[in-house]
Ligand binder design. Structure first.
Ligand SMILES: [Cu+2]
Length: 352
């Protein structure tokens, strides 16, 4: 109701301003043909260009000040630092170039505005100038693209060097399941056709495959810090995308095929919680939650910062809530946690 009233008031104010402008126009004595801009019109337009320049600089500064806090904290994976640096360099270059060119564009728009009696200079071309403004972007862009390709190739190179931990991420509407290879670090064969809900074989593991018997299936992803992890993604139903923003990692999960991504976590969950940006974010969020709690609203428990795996492909109605907690911990803590988990053969046996 308030929104509707506000809208009506805004429309009425708009109409009033429009009508007043018309009255104002009619009251002006027409000294010359209004269709042709005179010096005063051109000067006004020139000043408006400056006003617009101030507006775009102002909104840029405002956005930095107001929204910078929503950015992700520093990367928690080894390759993520490289990736962030490439992104930062690209942004800085774009930012500097756009700041300078916008100023020049608007300044020259003002300086060379139309003036009574002035005639435009016919200036066909200037080879040297054209060479300069072509070669500089060519060199800068070629550099960025080559550097980008090199970084991309490095990040996307999933190999078995350095004894990686093998983890399967299994996507389905609307949750994630993770599977570890067990003591042998080898995942058993699996196929959606072998899913047997009655026997709790939810990932369709091949029960006759000896590699499958020690596999560990979990609903919370634990990773030891400093060890490379090779992820193998599967999907049961539709396209999903395994997105781990803190690790700068994303890979589509495609029904009928296995996709891969690899990274090394470099910060434990305990460490990221000490990050000043993260502390500030938690404080802000918990302040809002405390207000909600005071009003007796839902979703008001104090929040603790955690790494997450989320789905980044709109896969259905509950896509927004398709997530799994990730805990990065020390090798000892990881082993301790792993010991408390059931293997696939144990969970199957407990169903019989
Ligand atoms: Cu999904």
């Amino acid at each position: 109701m308030t929104t509707a009233l506000t809208l009506i008031v805004l429309v009425l104010v708009g109409i009033a301003i429009w009508q007043m402008t018309k009255i104002f126009e009619l009251s002006q004595l027409k000294t010359q043909n209004a269709q042709i801009a005179n010096d005063s019109d051109n000067k006004n337009q020139g000043y408006l260009m400056f006003a617009f320049l101030i507006f775009i600089y102002g909104i840029t500064i405002f956005s930095f000040w107001k929204y910078a806090k929503f950015l992700l904290p520093e990367s928690s994976s080894a390759h993520g630092e490289e990736y962030d640096f490439l992104m930062l360099v690209s942004f800085v270059i774009i930012f500097i170039v756009q700041t300078i060119t916008q100023a020049l564009l608007h300044y020259f728009g003002y300086k060379y505005r139309g003036k009574e009696g002035n005639k435009a200079l016919f200036y066909a071309d200037n080879d040297r100038l054209e060479f300069i403004w072509t070669i500089i972007p060519v060199i800068v862009l070629a550099g960025l693209i080559l550097w980008g390709l090199y970084t991309w190739t490095n990040i996307m190179d999933v190999n078995d060097e350095d004894d990686p931990l093998i983890v399967e991420l299994y996507a389905q509407q609307f949750n994630w399941t993770a599977r570890y290879g067990g003591a042998d670090n080898v995942l058993g064969g699996a196929n959606v056709r072998m899913i047997d809900i009655d026997r709790a074989n939810v990932l369709g593991l091949d029960e006759s495959d000896s590699y499958a018997s020690d596999d560990v299936i979990v609903k919370e992803l634990h990773l030891p810090v400093g060890r490379k992890v090779n992820f193998k993604m599967r999907s049961q139903d539709v396209l999903h995308s395994a997105y781990m923003p803190h690790f700068r990692a994303q890979m589509n999960c495609v029904p009928g095929m296995t996709t891969e991504f690899s990274f090394t976590p470099i910060k434990t969950t305990a460490e990221i919680r000490q990050d000043p940006d993260v502390i500030a974010k938690v404080e802000r969020t918990n302040k809002i939650r405390a207000e909600r709690a005071a009003n007796g609203e839902d979703n008001s428990d104090p929040w603790e910062y955690d790494y997450v795996l989320i789905c980044n492909k709109i896969c259905g109605t509950s896509h927004y809530n398709m997530q799994m907690k990730i805990i990065v911990e020390t090798q000892e803590e990881y082993e301790e946690w792993m010991k408390s988990q059931q293997t696939f053969s144990q969970s199957i046996a407990s169903m019989q």
